[in-house]
Design a protein around this ligand. Structure first.
Ligand SMILES: Nc1ncnc2c1ncn2[C@@H]1O[C@H](COP(=O)(O)OP(=O)(O)OP(=O)(O)O)[C@@H](O)[C@H]1O
Length: 587
């Protein structure tokens, strides 16, 4: 502390010379212990090496710790001998103090009559001026002291955190200290994204400081069209201190990152069916609760649309909605798609590794479509993620912490699959916290016309057409058709028809043959009270299979959906077949 003013010499030199130039008076700054001149202008500059300080004004101020104003030196303090010059006219001395310690003295002096006149007539102003400069120097000293302390404590911290076997950044009162592992992670890709990452990490630190809480977050940084993702765990340690743990910097492909939809899908669920409206209304009551949701329903009924609506209505809606279809990805790839892998985890693995969908969905929603097609060994792995909230990429020993909500969907009867040991019961219970069942379109006929009109509007805009609506005969066909592909099939049908129309109504002949020709079949079917009509174009065996399917479906339709276990067993007993055979025959 004693020599701290010397450390500020460049700053004090600038201060002294600039004030002297403006005010046309002489300035000097003297250190108190040891007493020695640090900086000075005019005669003071040539007296920088002054050795004798006894009986000087400076000595007097250091002793009394008070400001001194001397207008007529000889008369006021005859005993004080100042060695700098014989021609002192007037002088003002201001102590530089921290608490009660005098660190130095700030001096303004006049050495001729003109300067003295100026000093006397501006005495009050100059005193104020000196006081301000003294305070400025004091704050500068305190700041530099603080910086030094922080530097020292940061050096100590750095030594400590270097022992930790994890990437650590420690934010301590304005500075970030990193350990060597963090540095190697942040520079690992030898690309110039280090600075950008640090800026973004600092933003996350600010968030943690503002909320005074721990946080988990991820940073995506783009460089040369390649995306890098860094996962952070922030621990709020108290006032101005945050500890940041970082994991490996993952390289990801653009298309892998979130296929989330910005619009609120809630509004795009078109329905006037009571059951559907009830389902839609329920979304808002549970969407924020993080409970897993299992959506059951036939293909094309809108399961994904509902899943997105749950995500969009939840607080997770600013985070990714990541969808994966377990049936459309070969079993061998599903594991790496879901869990990701570490660089070089297996033969053929990309050198940079791959971020799995589970990790991509962190803090957001993971939509597992066709969950019934997930192989048993992956079901076990997924269950571990749900139980521990950690995911272990293939070939990595470092688990990554994740916070995801899972919405799964299936058109299979998972209850029956559980009973046949084709689906793990423990996973089923974890996924099926909130069950949702979407009825097929043929069970909500009211929606057919509404949806058809909605799709006409959509494709009028898309194709720039002016189709008015649906002819009454067409509507009858649409009403009577069984819609095995549900809403998706209806939308495709309208899209098909609109390709060939400019304006007016959609007539039966505008529909795909498969549907317009089904009219007679359906009508006859209804008249004949649900009988199967033999199809000459198909083989006997196919007709037999279809008839079997028809009979089973007819019985199945009599029970409420989703099918309860009890009803399933009754049905199977009646047919004298196992649930597995029943589902095989329905395929
Ligand atoms: N109620 C609805 N209102 C508007 N569009 C709908 C509705 N239901 C479904 N759709 C549309 O139908 C198509 C199929 O919906 P979606 O993909 O959500 O069905 P799904 O049940 O998940 O199908 P799959 O089981 O084959 O994956 C989508 O284009 C969707 O936007």
């Amino acid at each position: 502390m004693e020599k701290i003013l010397f450390e500020l010499k460049p700053f004090l030199d600038t201060l002294v010379s600039s004030f002297s130039a403006v005010l046309n008076l002489e300035f000097t700054i003297i250190n108190s212990k040891p007493i020695s001149r640090i900086s000075g202008t005019g005669v003071y500059e040539s007296a920088l090496n002054q050795k004798e300080w006894k009986n000087t004004y400076t000595d007097y101020v250091i002793t009394t710790k008070e400001r001194l104003i001397v207008i007529e030196p000889e008369k006021t303090y005859p005993k004080i001998i100042d060695k700098v010059s014989e021609s002192y006219y007037s002088i003002i001395l201001e102590p530089i103090k921290i608490n009660d310690d005098v660190l130095g003295v700030l001096v303004i002096a006049s050495f001729d009559e003109v300067q003295q006149k100026f000093l006397i007539s501006n005495q009050d102003k100059l005193v104020k001026y000196l006081k301000n400069i003294s305070e400025l120097i004091t704050s500068k000293i305190l700041e530099s002291k603080l910086r030094k302390e922080i530097f020292e404590s940061n050096e100590n911290l750095k030594e400590i955190i270097n022992y930790v076997n994890e990437g650590i950044l420690l934010f301590n009162k304005g500075t970030i200290v990193t350990n060597s592992i963090a540095e190697s992670i942040l520079c690992s890709n030898k690309v110039n994204i280090y600075n950008n990452l640090i800026v973004k990490i600092k933003q996350k630190i600010d968030e943690s400081l503002e909320h005074r809480s721990d946080m988990e977050s991820k940073i995506i940084e783009e460089y040369n069209d390649i995306y890098f993702m860094l996962f952070l765990e922030l621990k709020f340690l108290g006032e101005n201190k945050v500890l940041v743990l970082i994991n490996t910097l993952e390289k990801i492909q653009t298309q892998n990152f979130s296929n989330s939809q910005q619009n609120n899908t809630f509004e795009t669920i078109i329905t006037q069916d009571e059951k559907m409206l009830d389902l839609k209304n329920k979304i808002n009551t549970f969407s924020n609760n993080d409970s897993n949701v299992l959506i059951q329903g036939e293909t094309g009924t809108g399961k994904e649309l509902f899943a997105r609506a749950v995500h969009d209505s939840s607080y997770r809606n600013k985070k990714p909605f990541v969808a994966i279809n377990c049936a459309s990805i070969p079993e061998s790839l599903l594991e790496s798609e879901l869990f990701g892998y570490h660089s070089g985890a297996f033969t053929g693995a990309s050198k940079t590794g791959k971020v799995g969908k589970i990790v991509l969905a962190n803090n957001g929603t993971l939509f597992l479509d066709e969950i019934g097609d997930m192989p048993l060994y992956l079901q076990a792995k997924l269950l571990r993620v749900l139980n521990d909230s950690y995911v272990e990429p293939i070939g990595s020993e470092k688990p990554i912490k994740v916070n995801i909500r899972i919405i799964s969907a299936t058109n299979k009867n998972l209850t029956a699959m559980v009973e046949n040991n084709e689906f793990r019961s423990d996973l089923f219970f974890r996924l099926n916290v909130i069950p949702m069942y979407i009825p097929p379109l043929r069970e909500r006929k009211k929606d057919i016309q509404l949806l058809a009109s909605y799709f006409i509007k959509k494709y009028n805009t898309k194709f720039n057409k002016n189709v008015r609506g649906i002819d009454i005969d067409t509507l009858e066909i649409l009403d009577n058709y069984s819609w095995p592909g549900n809403v998706r099939e209806l939308e495709n049908t309208i899209e098909y028809a609109m390709n060939f129309k400019e304006k007016g109504n959609i007539f039966p002949e505008d529909l795909p043959k498969r549907i317009s020709e089904d009219k007679t079949l359906r009508k006859n079917t209804f008249k004949a009270k649900n009988t199967y009509t033999y199809n000459n174009e198909l083989t006997l065996k196919t007709n037999m299979n279809l008839y079997e399917k028809f009979v089973i479906q007819e019985q199945l339709d009599k029970y409420p959906k989703p099918l309860s276990n009890k009803n399933l067993m009754t049905l199977c007993n009646n047919f004298n077949i196992s649930p597995a055979t029943l589902y095989r025959k329905l395929k």
